[in-house]
Design a protein around this ligand. Structure first.
Ligand SMILES: CC(C)(COP(=O)(O)OP(=O)(O)OC[C@H]1O[C@@H](n2cnc3c(N)ncnc32)[C@H](O)[C@@H]1OP(=O)(O)O)[C@@H](O)C(=O)NCCC(=O)NCCS
Length: 166
């Protein structure tokens, strides 16, 4: 089956999307387009040959408060940046029918590539994710995401992403 990653469009069928989490399914079906229209996020979808959505992720500009960043990584950063620029990979989900077949990794790498490209023209120190539960945390952990000490969010420095992609 030929799968492609595209920006979300009206013509793609997202009605049957089911990743096992209502929150993530409902977001795609009811909210994603509105957020895109309001320039709050970009939504990329994994579609099959029949334009049926089998996965998606969202990206938004974001920041990490300096106080929330691990102390050992702060040493080289000047204090004049109270908020550190970042990209939020807000949601990432694969339809249950395709989970465990490598598509989650494909979408994650696709997202990280985009974040790296963005960082070449706009200062960005890291990609942040907000895992929905411990299972999702374990998934991100595999790719080197680090838990922010003060929240359940995780981050991956752009420098690490560059090494991953090289
Ligand atoms: C988490 C999710 C995106 C992973 O996608 P997937 O297509 O099932 O994962 P893949 O098949 O690409 O797996 C890639 C690797 O991660 C591993 N993996 C997958 N899910 C994992 C988990 N929860 N914990 C640890 N490792 C995991 C796989 O074993 C695989 O490793 P391998 O190549 O060594 O076998 C998907 O299961 C999903 O949509 N879950 C529900 C929503 C969710 O939790 N989203 C996360 C962000 S909130």
């Amino acid at each position: 089956m030929k799968m492609t990653v595209r920006l979300l469009e009206k013509r793609y069928d997202k009605n049957y999307f089911n990743c096992g989490y209502n929150l993530l399914d409902d977001y795609l079906k009811k909210q994603a387009r509105q957020d895109v229209d309001r320039d709050l996020s970009a939504c990329f979808v994994l579609i099959d040959e029949d334009d049926i959505v089998k996965g998606y992720y969202t990206l938004s500009a974001n920041s990490i408060r300096r106080d929330d960043f691990p102390e050992n990584l702060l040493k080289k950063l000047p204090p004049s940046y109270p908020d550190l620029p970042a990209v939020l990979l807000g949601r990432l989900a694969i339809d249950k029918s395709l989970q465990g077949k490598g598509y989650g990794e494909i979408l994650l790498i696709n997202a990280l590539k985009k974040c790296y490209e963005i960082s070449e023209s706009l200062g960005t120190i890291a990609v942040i994710v907000d895992p929905i539960d411990e299972k999702a945390q374990n998934f991100y952990n595999r790719y080197g995401f680090i838990l922010l000490p003060t929240s359940k969010k995780m981050f991956l420095p752009i420098k690490t992403i560059k090494q991953l992609l090289m």
